[in-house]
Every structure is written in structure tokens, then in C-alpha cells.
Design a protein around this ligand. Structure first.
Ligand code: CA2
Length: 144
């Protein structure tokens, strides 16, 4: 199984600021942990990060036929992006929404996810473990 992890704006700053909210690990460290577990599960993962909404849309569109599952931390675009939502719905690749922090326990504007209704499910609030749980969910996506 091939799983594409997409990471949105500012997630390249992980590990440098706001560790009390987002933890101390960098995105590269999270990727290394996920990759280790993926090998054990016999799956293949690819990680990408972009600060650009359009680039994320392009990657979602290009995932069709190339990846079995998308794991998406759309970061701030979670709360604003009709374009990402439309891309996920149009492409039809099963998508798991993931967040490090618990978006439902933070500011009001973070409580609403525009992408949640077109995702298979949402994992939010477990820090790095959210990314690991998303991997378990992805490899079991056909066992629902
Ligand atoms: O909790 C999450 O994973 C979020 O997707 C992270 C986004 C935020 O806008 C969402 O509401 C929830 C923010 C990512 C920014 O990451 C930073 C990392 C270090 C320093 C500053 C920002």
C-alpha cells in the first residue's frame, strides 16, 4: 500500500517554535518514525510539505492512481480551504485528516474543519502519535 502524507503551511517550522502546542519533533523526525513503522507494516510512505494551497491541490489531484490513501494535515487551510475540500472530493482517494493539536479544544476558528466532511475520518490531538495512528488507519482502510 502506498500512502502520501501531505503537510500544509508552517509545518516546516515544527520543532522550532510553540513546542507546548505542537511538540518538539521536527517534521523530518516525525517522518522517520512513521517510515520505520510503515516498513514493519509492509507499506510505503511519502512525505511532502508545502506552504502553498495550489501546490497541495496539485498533489491531491496527482495522487489518483498513484497512492492508495492520503494523510492530510492541511494546517491553517483546514479551516479555510474550499479548494482543498473540492480536490479531495473530486479525486476520490480516501483521505485521513490529521492534526497534532486538538483542534476542537482551541480557538473557535480552529474548531471548524472544511475538509472533515470529505475525509474518511479525523485524528486530532495526539501530537506525533496522530501521524502514527493515521498510518494504522490507512493500512486498515479497506477493513472498515
Ligand atoms: O494541530 C495541527 O496539526 C494544526 O493543523 C497545525 C496548524 C494549525 O493552523 C491548525 O489549526 C492545527 C499550524 C501549523 C503551524 O505549525 C507551527 C509549528 C511551529 C511553529 C509555528 C507553527
Amino acid at each position: 500500500m502506498k500512502i502520501l502524507y501531505l503537510n500544509g503551511p508552517n509545518l516546516n517550522l515544527l520543532g522550532q517554535r510553540q513546542p507546548e502546542i505542537y511538540g518538539r519533533r521536527t517534521l523530518a523526525e516525525i517522518e522517520a518514525e512513521v517510515r520505520k513503522r510503515a516498513i514493519k507494516l509492509g507499506s510505503e510512505v511519502e512525505f511532502r510539505q508545502s506552504n502553498s494551497e495550489g501546490e497541495l491541490v496539485n498533489w491531491i489531484q496527482a495522487a489518483k492512481g498513484r497512492f492508495d490513501v492520503l494523510v492530510l494535515n492541511a494546517a491553517a487551510y483546514t479551516h479555510t480551504s474550499v479548494a482543498l475540500r473540492d480536490a479531495i472530493a473530486a479525486v476520490g482517494v480516501p483521505t485521513i485528516e490529521v492534526h497534532l493539536s486538538n483542534i476542537t479544544a482551541r480557538e473557535k476558528f480552529r474548531r471548524k474543519s472544511l475538509i472533515a466532511p470529505v475525509c474518511v475520518g479525523q485524528i486530532t490531538g495526539f501530537g506525533t502519535t496522530s501521524y502514527m495512528l493515521a498510518l494504522e488507519a490507512a493500512v486498515n482502510i479497506n477493513a472498515r
